[in-house]
Design a binder for this molecule. Structure first.
Ligand code: CS2
Ligand code: MG
Length: 416
């Protein structure tokens, strides 16, 4: 009888989890990382960063998860996921699912290292040679935004997200003062910003009219409405943007109510992307099954890890939707590394957001992925290919930061 073990290489004793710890560091911005170690000495990393709520996830891991990991077989990734999901009783939510994701990604990293294989090989091998990404261009006005889009094109980007200021608004969403990144969590308490939709709905179509005039129709252009519009406003914007053929309009209206997307779909064929604030397949289900969106953005760090996001991608594929992972700088290089392996494998890949991390972040998280010709390329190192220099990390202590809030000019609380 041939003993065909379904277990990963090495004995279960070698795979036994003997230690796990949370590392909080702030190289340019806060990141939370979980490190899991096995008896064999092989260790893995998972990202546990939730922008503005970092210590909530760190505490969840330290107080309610780590003790349950010690003694478990690191190779039992699915069973550990089910234990952490079903065993929590209070299931789902961004904190819980980010904590589960950190464990899941660390275990996949360990599996790859023990098997001597890069993550994409464990998932099913290459479906593509490169991963198309989009960069973040912004400007205080149309002129500045167009110049920034031109800079990204000159750097080889084939897809660019474009945001611009709105006359009369001091701090409009998505307009960055930094060169490549956009870091909105810049204060200990939420910064109050003022939002006004009418001016926004007027300038955004003019922005994309100018971008097409300046940069032609080949470059893929994207835009993020960041949950701020009512369904009818979102429908109007999606319709007004049709002549400029966007790759997608993101978070056009808050997605708790999928019916809002029915209304948008009745008025426009502009492709729609949603999901960076989702954390489980149940959040995504109605929008995907009713084909109300074209791209699902729920990514590995907030969507319960590789084990769960794989199920979301499969559901999306059933309904002809594609992945478009969230990839802002408040997701660590560990997430970007794992996401690139997923992007390299997943059959219904769409695009990967790539907001470049700062040099100090990249120094703390050495990695083997590379950017070339408008695309990212995952490495061939076993696992997800991202490390953590703990000595260097210790030089960047946590800084309390929260995301801004938005109010309408009359003081009404709105969606940031
Ligand atoms: C944005 C994010 O990248 C995006 O699409 O929605 O930058 C988002 O504002 C941040 O991740 C919030 O922390
Ligand atoms: Mg977004």
């Amino acid at each position: 009888m041939v003993n065909i073990s379904s277990e990963p290489q090495g004995s279960s004793r070698e795979r036994e989890i003997v230690a796990a710890r949370v590392i909080v560091t702030s190289p340019g911005r806060n990141f939370v990382t979980l490190r899991i170690e096995t008896r064999s000495g092989v260790w893995g990393l998972g990202d546990a960063t939730l922008n503005g709520r970092e210590l909530a996830v760190a505490a969840y891991l330290e107080q309610h998860v780590i003790a349950n990991l010690i003694g478990r077989d690191a190779g039992r990734i699915e069973d550990t996921w089910q234990f952490l999901y079903r065993g929590a009783y209070w299931r789902r939510g961004p904190v819980t699912m980010t904590a589960i994701a950190a464990v899941d990604v660390a275990l996949w990293d360990i599996l790859g290292k023990m098997a001597g294989l890069p993550l994409y090989r464990l998932l099913g091998g290459r479906s593509r040679e490169r991963v198309l990404v989009y960069g973040h261009a912004s400007g205080r006005d149309i002129e500045g935004a167009s110049a920034e889009v031109g800079r990204f094109i000159a750097e080889g980007y084939r897809a660019v997200r474009a945001q611009c200021g709105v006359p009369g608004l001091a701090k409009p969403y998505g307009v960055s003062r930094m060169k490549n990144a956009y870091e909105p969590a810049e204060s200990e308490l939420p910064l109050e910003t003022v939002w006004s939709t009418p001016g926004y709905l007027e300038i955004v179509p003019r922005l994309f009219e100018r971008l097409r005039a300046d940069h032609g129709r080949e470059v893929e252009l994207l835009h993020d409405a960041h949950h701020r519009l009512t369904p009818i406003e979102a429908a109007r914007l999606a319709r007004d943007l049709e002549p400029y053929r966007l790759f997608w309009l993101e978070d056009a209206t808050p997605a708790e109510n999928p019916d809002g997307f029915e209304l948008i779909r009745r008025h426009s064929v502009t492709p729609l992307a949603v999901g960076e604030v989702f954390n489980s397949i149940f959040d995504c289900r109605a929008l995907l099954e009713r084909q109300l969106i074209d791209y699902i953005r729920t990514t590995i760090v907030h969507g319960g890890g590789i084990t769960h996001v794989r199920r979301i991608a499969d559901l999306a594929a059933l309904h002809r939707a594609r992945t478009g992972f969230h990839g802002a700088t408040d997701l660590s290089p560990v997430t970007l590394g794992a996401a690139l392996h997923f992007d390299t494998w997943v059959p219904n890949f769409g695009i990967q957001e790539y907001m470049r991390h700062s040099d100090e972040t990249d120094a703390v998280f050495p990695h083997d992925y590379t950017f070339r010709d408008g695309c990212l390329h995952c490495g061939e190192s076993p696992g997800h290919g991202v490390g953590l220099d703990e000595q260097l990390a210790a030089r960047f202590p946590y800084k309390p930061r929260q995301l801004p809030i938005a109010r309408l000019p009359d003081g009404t609380m709105w969606d940031w």
